[in-house]
Design a protein around this ligand. Sequence first.
Ligand code: BGC
Length: 746
Amino acid sequence: MDTTKLTLEQKAELLSGQGQWRTHGYPEAGLGSIFLGDGPHGVRREVVEDYSKGIPESVPATCFPPAVAIGSSWDPEVAGRLGAALGREARAAGVHLLLGPGVNIKRSPLCGRNFEYFSEDPLVSGVLGSAYVRALQNEGVGASVKHFAANNQETDRMRISADVDERTLREIYFPAFERVVTEAHPATVMCSYNRLNGVYTSQHRWLLTDVLRTEWGYTGTVISDWGAVVNRVAALVAGLDLEMPGTGGHSAQKIVDAVRSGRIEESIVDRSVARVAELARLGNDEEQGTFDAPAHHALARKLAADCVVLLKNDNAVLPLEETTIAVIGELAVTPRYQGDGSSRVNSTAVDIPLEEITALAGERGATVGHARGYSPADAADVARQADVAVVFAGTAIEAEGYDRTSLALPAEQVETIRAVAAAAARTVVVLSNGGVVSLEGWHDDVDAIVEGWLLGQAGGGALADVLFGVVNPSGRLAETIPLRLEDTPSHINFPGEAGHVRYGEGVLVGYRYYETVGREVRYPFGHGLSYTRFEVSDLAVAVTGPDTATATVRVTNAGTRSGKHVVQLYVATTTGEVRRPERELRAFRKVFLDAGQSIEVTFDLDRRAFAYWDVTTWGWVVAGGAYRIQIGESASTIVAEDGISLTGDPVVRELTMESTFGEWSAHPVVGAEFRQSMTRNLPAEQSADFEKANQDGLAMAANLPMRLFTRQAPGLFSEDTLEHLMKISRTVPVSQDEVRLPEVNA
Ligand code: BGC
C-alpha cells in the first residue's frame, strides 16, 4: 500500500464512499476496497443498491437479540459471544466492517431506537459494547461504535442540537464510547447526525479530535453516519475521515478545491487518507468462510434466554408445571423480535413461541390451547378452561427515524390481559417490546410478567425455555420501568423544540434521577427475579491506594436450582462541591452458582469510580470524604453497605477579587489564614468567638465577591494581605502532599 502514488483527486475521492456501502480502492497503490454493512445485531448486506422501492432485501443472516435484550443480560460474555458470531457471519457475507454496536444512552423511554441501545447507564453500555467489539474484531472484522455523540432521540435527528453541559457529557453520554475506544480499539467510530451544542457532530472538532483522539488516544478512522456530513471540508478539518455513503464525486471536488485554493493544507487530506488506507487492510484477508446457520440459531436462542427479565412471579407461578396451558395473543404466532430500519435482518429462521411452548409442554405431558388475535371474549373462553394462561403482548412496531409518543400497550391488548386475568386461574404476561412499556392498569391483575424485549429470531424458543424453567431467568433491567411517562427525567425537555433539545436533567438520567428525588417507579434499574434465591453477605471494603478501593462480597445460591445472579455495586456520596446522584453503578459481575454453592466476588474500584467531572479544573476530581459502597439487588434495593473515607484531590482554586467571601474562607490553603486575619485587630475576647457571634452576617456575606465585600467592610482586610493570599493561591501546587501554607506576613 503506497498512498504517495495517489493524486490529490484520488486521495480526496478515497475520503468518501463508493456508492452506499463500499470504500474506493486503488489496486495500483495496493489499496483495496472494503464493504461496510449494518449492524448491530445481525449482518445486513443488501443484495442490490436500489432504493427506489424502499430498503432492499439483504442476504439471509441470523437475527441475534438486539441491544435492548443484550443490555438486560448484564453479561459481557453474552455480548462477546454475539460479537464473535457476528464476526463469522460478516466474513461469510463479505462484510469487512460491521456498523455496530450502538452505545447511546437511553435518555427517554420514547426514543424510537432504544431497541438498538443497551442501557440508561454508561457502565453497562460500555462494558457490553467493549466485549462486543473485542470479540467481533478478533474475527478479523472491524467494528463501528455509534452514534457519537448525544444521539438520544429520533425526532429531528438529522438537525437537532442536543444542548448538553460538559459534566453531563463526560459522566453520562461519553463514558461508554470512551471505554469502547480505550479498551477495545474499534476500527471506526461513527459520528451521529445531530448537532452537539449547536455544531454538527460530523464537523465538531472538539468532539472528533480533542476528546476522541487527544484525550482518549483514538488512532482509528472516524466515519460519518449515512448522510451526516453537512460541510465536507469543515468535517475533514474537524477530524472526520470517511464520509458515507458516496456523493458521486461532489465531496471530493470540494476537498480538492479547498486544497488548491489554499484554504486547507494537503497534509490534512493525507492524515485522513492514511487512516482510510489503514482501514482498507480489513479487506486484505480474502478468506470469507462460512457460518453454520442452525448452530447460530441455537446460539441465538441461548443468548436470548440469558436476556429475559422476570419482572414478577407471585406464588411461584413460573416455571410452568400445569397440565393445561392457554396461550393467548397474536404475538405468540406472529412474534415481534426485531425493530425496523437499518438494523433489520433477513432472518435465516424464526421461532414461533406457540410452537416452542407446545413442544416443551408435550415433553411434559401438558396440553396447549390457543386464542389468536386480541379478542377478549375468545381469549377469556380459552383461558377459563386452562390451569394457566400465558398472554403475549407487546408494541406494534418500533423503528429508526421516529420516536414513540406513548408508553401504552395497544388498548385491545390491555383489555385482553384484564379479561384473561379475570377468567384464568393464573395469568402470565410475556412482553415483546423494544422500548419500555407501561404495566399500569393491569400489573396487579396478573401473577407473573416476563419481559422478553425484542429477542431476535430464536426468541420464541428462549421464551419457552424460561417459561418451563429449562433456563433460569437471569436478566436484569438495564433501564427503569416508570409508573408514568410524566415521571421520566427528560419528560419536560423531550424531544425539544425550535431545533434544540435541552438536556436539563443533567447527570440525573434514569435511576440516577428516580433515586435522587425519591420518585416511585414500577420496576427499578437492576431489577430481575430468578427461580432460585441469592444472598449476599460479608461485604468487606478497603482503601487500596490514593482514591482506589477494593470490595469483596460473598454470594450464595440459597435456593434449590442453579442459576445466574448479577452482583451490582453502587457508590454513593454527598461529599464535595457538586450535586451527586443518590448512587451510581460502578461495577457489576454476573455469576453462575449451583444450588447451595457460594463464592466470593471481588471488585477493584479505580479513581473514576469515585470521581466527578469538574468543570472548573477541566478534569476528573475525587472529592475527599466519606463514600458508601453498596451492593444492590437493584438501584433501589440495597442489601449490603460499607463505608470508606478517601483523601481525594485537593481542588485548589486561584483566588481573585471576583472570588466570593465564602470561597476565600473555605479555600483549602489560605482559608484559615484569611479567617484569622479578619479578627487579627480585634481584642482577644471578641476574636475568640467572632465567627459564632457573626454567623448571620458571615452567611449573608458568603456570596459576595471580594471586590464588593471590601467595599462593604472597609478596613477589615488590608490590601496587602489580600494580594499576598491571592499570590499564594496562584502558585500552590495541586498535589495534596505538596500543599503547604507558606508564611503569611500580615
Ligand atoms: C443509521 C446507522 C446505520 C446507517 C447505515 C443510518 O441511517 O443511523 O445506524 O449504520 O444508516 O445503514
